[in-house]
Design a protein. Structure first.
Length: 194
């Protein structure tokens, strides 16, 4: 486990962490939680503490901004999963408070994180576990990515999100409904012609 952290961080992190998808039966079972088409519920992806290790390893390999970490994991998992900013940024802050990470530089509100010497040592003591976690991440990415494109999966998720947000606000006129339907129909025709 990581060193001492405040109770508020631990509770908040566990609450956010519980939103991740996971492997049924632990890491050894079949992969669950990826959407079929557009739908699907959110389940845990990482066991408690695994995402912290993964993020620490990523910033040890290459100092990164939070957004870069999200994109890196999304790419490794072929677009099937990306941790939310509400999980990644508190985890980076926690790693910094524990002395395992540091802010290497800032650019406005953006903070570039890197692993400290203590963080590097922590990774060395957990290298067997990390190797297993990354092997499973890569396996899941290959399994999900077969016959799929991360860019297409991302675009589908973006469309679903945009539709959900706009329809959720309500108040659509008949003209707006027609424009949305026409745009989706045009996209479908374009995909069919490719």
């Amino acid at each position: 486990m990581f060193g001492h952290c405040g109770e508020g961080h631990r509770r908040g992190s566990e609450q956010e962490d519980s939103r991740h998808r996971h492997w049924r039966g632990g890491w050894g079972g079949r992969f669950e939680g990826f959407e079929r088409g557009f739908g699907g519920g959110r389940e845990r992806f990482f066991d408690n503490g695994h995402l912290r290790l993964v993020i620490l390893q990523l910033i040890a390999d290459k100092p990164s901004y939070g957004y870069e970490i999200i994109k890196t994991l999304e790419e490794r998992l072929s677009g099937a999963y990306a941790p939310s900013p509400g999980v990644v940024y508190p985890t980076l802050t926690l790693l910094e408070e524990e002395g395992l990470a540091t802010v290497a530089s800032t650019d406005g509100n953006r903070r570039l994180y890197a692993a400290t010497e203590q963080g590097q040592e922590y990774l060395k003591t957990n290298k067997v576990q990390l190797k297993a976690i990354f092997a499973r991440i890569d396996e899941a990415g290959k399994a999900f990515g077969r016959g799929r494109s991360p860019q297409v999966v991302r675009a589908m998720m973006n469309l679903k999100f945009a539709l959900g947000m706009r329809l959720g606000r309500g108040g659509l006129s008949q003209e707006q409904v027609s424009k949305i339907a026409d745009a989706i129909d045009a996209a479908a025709r374009t995909v069919d012609e490719v």
